[in-house]
Design a protein around this ligand. Structure first.
Ligand code: PXP
Length: 251
């Protein structure tokens, strides 16, 4: 039977709306508390180098005010590692970051940057932080994660989420193969980016995937139906996709 599937709620875009006007409303920490009450298993926040959404103070408050595990997404830089070591989140997910991108476009090239990543992974791991690499569903990247001794990989589902028809089937197949390969290497497998009520099912059904991190769609959906309702519905869709299929009835 597949392991239980956790939901990490990414609250970055609550901060995006707040920052559009300055001030403190809407408060990402309030959103995190609401997410916890609605059934989230962890809170994810991306502290970007340009601080376009989540701020240093948000990370400080999330660390002290939220009971759920905090998953800090960040670039592999000395500044970010120092912040992580100060707050000691449950997990750090290392992501690629380009200032001009709108969101995290594509996974980290762990294979190409293995030696540059090594000291950052080592420092975070030595502090007891569970390190993940946000990578494309690709064997080369998985091998690099294994070589770097990160316990977790998060597979980038953006290409799957954007593709249509046969191309989507092909992207799903890449995710299925990569999740199996990750598990064979002993790596815990997460997935995320661009997931919605309509496309989350096939990813949630991949038995080796044990955590999904979902943000933008949930915050957007909250505008119409509230954050509590959006998270509860996402949880239900994930759980339904995860449920073991009923055995076919004998003819
Ligand atoms: N996982 C990682 C590593 C990400 O960088 C992001 C986007 O910040 C997500 C998950 C969530 O993606 P989305 O906001 O599209 O749901």
């Amino acid at each position: 039977m597949a392991a239980p599937l956790r939901l990490g709620v990414n609250i970055d875009h609550v901060a995006t709306i707040r920052n559009a006007r300055g001030g403190g409303h809407p408060d990402p920490v309030r959103a995190a508390k609401l997410a916890a009450a609605a059934g989230a298993d962890s809170i994810t926040a991306h502290l970007r180098e340009d601080r376009r959404h989540i701020s240093d103070l948000d990370i400080e408050r999330l660390s002290s005010e939220i009971a759920l595990p905090l998953n800090l997404e960040m670039a592999a830089t000395a500044e970010m590692v120092a912040i992580a070591l100060r707050h000691l989140p449950h997990a750090c997910c290392l992501v690629p970051e380009k200032r001009e991108e709108r969101t995290t476009e594509g996974g980290l090239d762990a294979a190409g940057q293995q030696e540059a990543l090594r000291p950052f992974v080592a420092k975070l791991s030595a502090a007891g932080i569970r390190v993940a690499l946000f990578i494309e569903p690709d064997r080369k990247q998985l091998a690099a994660a294994k070589a770097l001794r990160t316990p977790v990989v998060e597979l980038h589902t953006g290409a799957y989420a954007e593709a249509k028809g046969a191309a989507r089937d092909a992207e799903l197949d890449r995710l299925v193969q990569a999740a199996a390969a990750a598990s064979a290497l002993g790596l815990e497998c997460h997935a995320g980016h661009g997931l919605t009520f309509d496309n989350v099912g096939p990813v949630a059904a991949i038995a080796e995937v044990v955590e999904l991190n979902i943000g933008h769609f949930l915050i957007g959906e909250a505008v119409f139906n509230g954050l509590d309702s959006a998270i509860r519905r996402m949880r239900a869709v994930m759980d339904a996709a995860r449920a073991p299929r009923a055995a076919p009835r004998p003819a």
